[in-house]
Design a protein around this ligand. Structure first.
Ligand code: FAD
Length: 168
């Protein structure tokens, strides 16, 4: 029997799962993948945007070009999730699922930290693009530090920016 699998969020988690289902369970899974964006952006690409090595437009990977066969991609914003009925509400409709997967990632709550704005972070593309302007014009008051992050056997440099009150 076919299962209706609705995946919320086409980030790393949602894309990986939809790819596995397309490749290994296409005959039993009817997959709908919902994201508010029309394109994926690798997290580390935001560092290139931040440091002016590329632009926000150039790091976009449109979903239309790589979502897997059998996966229906829907660009829409999710506004409600009912876990009991497994019904999802978006700005344009509703989706019912046999299996509901929530992979909506994380986002900054700027208002929770006094003084923090979208231009003070690089977790979002908009933040990286905004912070780029401020870094380019930066003359004093802040420090940039680098710390290593180990994932499996791979080594990644992961930058952390610390802004002082008088600087960025
Ligand atoms: C600069 C930077 C560098 C990073 N480097 C590394 C690294 O080297 N190694 C590593 O392992 N991790 C790294 N990360 C972290 C990594 O990107 C995250 O851990 C990962 O993206 C989390 O995956 P996810 O699927 O949970 O969420 P996400 O990838 O954030 O995906 C969530 C998706 O949900 C969508 N969404 C959210 N809310 C809604 C809504 N209401 N309606 C519709 N769609 C919605 C978003 O558009 C998004 O596409 C980095 C992150 C950043 C910002």
């Amino acid at each position: 029997m076919t299962q209706r699998i609705v995946i919320l969020g086409a980030g790393f988690g949602g894309l990986e799962l939809s790819t596995i289902l397309s490749e290994q369970a296409a005959d039993v899974a009817e997959v709908t993948l919902i994201d508010r964006s029309d394109a994926f952006v690798f997290g580390f690409s935001k560092l290139d945007v931040l440091f002016g090595r590329t632009t926000a437009d150039r790091v976009r990977l449109p979903y239309a070009e790589f979502v897997k066969p059998g996966v229906r991609f829907v660009q829409d914003t999710i506004t409600g999730i009912d876990p009991d009925t497994r019904r999802v509400t978006t700005t344009r409709g509703t989706y019912d699922a046999d299996v509901l997967v929530v992979a909506l990632g994380a986002a900054y709550d700027h208002a929770a930290t006094p003084g923090l704005s979208v231009d003070d972070e690089f977790y979002s593309v908009a933040g990286a693009a905004g912070l780029r302007e401020r870094v380019a014009g930066f003359r004093s008051g802040s420090a940039v530090s680098w710390r290593p992050v180990f994932i499996g056997t791979a080594f990644f440099r992961f930058s952390s920016l610390f802004a002082s009150a008088s600087g960025l």
